[in-house]
Write a protein that binds this ligand. Sequence first.
Ligand SMILES: Nc1ncnc2c1ncn2[C@@H]1O[C@H](COP(=O)(O)OP(=O)(O)OP(=O)(O)O)[C@@H](O)[C@H]1O
Ligand SMILES: [Mg+2]
Length: 446
Amino acid sequence: MRLSRYFLPVLKETPAEAQIVSHRLMLRAGMIKQASAGIYSWLPLGFKVLRKIENIVHEEQARAGHIPMLMPTLQPADLWRKSGRYDAYGPEMLRVSDRHDREMLYGPTNEEMITDIVANYVTSYKTLPLTLYHVQWKFRDEVRPRFGVMRGREFLMKDGYNFDLTKEDALHAYNRHLVSYLRTYERMGLRAIPMRADSGPIGGDYTHEFLVLADTGESEVFYDSEVTDLTFGDREIDFDDKAQCAAVLEEFTSRYARTDETHDAAAFNALPEERRRTARGIEVGQIFYFGTEYSEKMGAVVQNEDGARVPLHMGSHGIGVSRLLGAIIEASHDDKGIIWPEGVTPFHAGIVNLKQGDAEADAACEALYKAMEAHGMEPLYDDRNERAGGKFASMDLIGLPWRITVGPRGLKNGVVELTSRRSGESEEMPPEAAIEKLVQIYAGHL
Ligand SMILES: Nc1ncnc2c1ncn2[C@@H]1O[C@H](COP(=O)(O)OP(=O)(O)OP(=O)(O)O)[C@@H](O)[C@H]1O
Ligand SMILES: [Mg+2]
């Protein structure tokens, strides 16, 4: 992409309405525009990152063997009457009626609809285990939408639902989700800690929330400092292997880590003092096992091997796809702007031409542009006729992790400059070497 042809409406002023850094930076970097409270248009740069995050979610769901589909945003009220949640949900639910006065709602979540689908089509235990998911917009009429996309009213969520014959199988699905979420967040450059949580209106005994530590987080969290040393890395997992998945869950959840809702002061205080941490966190996902409650109410019943009719064991598992943009920025920025982790960056590197119109500089930039594309990378080439200072400031603001700076002086010596956004360090090297280095950096991210 050439900046002269892109749509990147960066703001010079810091928007007054934004209280936290991620919201400010998303507005300033031209990623989102508020349409009304808690509802946003995703401008091209924001949309690009949103899609990258969504793709990682899809790839990791595929790895775990979960099946993508798509359910509508508008749902009939009757489905929710069956589960008893139509009245229970309260003012957070956006209720609408169509021209025939049929009551509808904009889905805040999809347990009812997916259970109804399974109830209609799945009749035998032979179809199990089954985990279906989608990535779809949700609407919750939050009392206080704030912090930009972190607490929106309309937001994008991955929600998945497992259907199993037995509790044991459903707990394996729970573990499988925990394992796949660990990898999902790490690929986005995040450390999201699974913490024992409160099951709230969905009910059930098993639930963990994934929290990214950040001062601006809305949850108060208490944990053993040892949990922040754990990394999942790129270990090979056989997602059908129950013992292996259970062992990962044990490894990541056996130490004390809880939100304020389930905090147990006595258990926490039993830790050595130097390991006790109190902090704030952003909830980027949650997993639940809740048994047969929905399947009983919605009629998701199958014949087991003995021919008996039994309700399915279920769980639901969510990732806050649009909230993740805010969480990533909260975790990775500096005074100058965003610093995207390589896994989610909207463009792989910026190319800054210090002297637009200089034949040699223009040609070198074009060559770098083509070389990046030839290696499957997307460059953002600042080909505008602007001062170098302004170009650097824009690149720093939008946060591409790498920048190649090209100018007539360097080219005389056969070099360009490769700069790391994170460390600020620059290195001069021939253009081919810069490309080679980017190829190495992005290996595994393309
Ligand atoms: N209003 C919102 N705006 C953006 N993302 C949200 C919002 N509400 C929930 N999410 C995301 O969707 C994920 C799954 O939804 P879930 O039903 O667990 O939300 P929740 O527990 O009600 O969230 P919260 O406690 O933050 O209100 C959450 O972990 C969060 O990342
Ligand atoms: Mg939650």
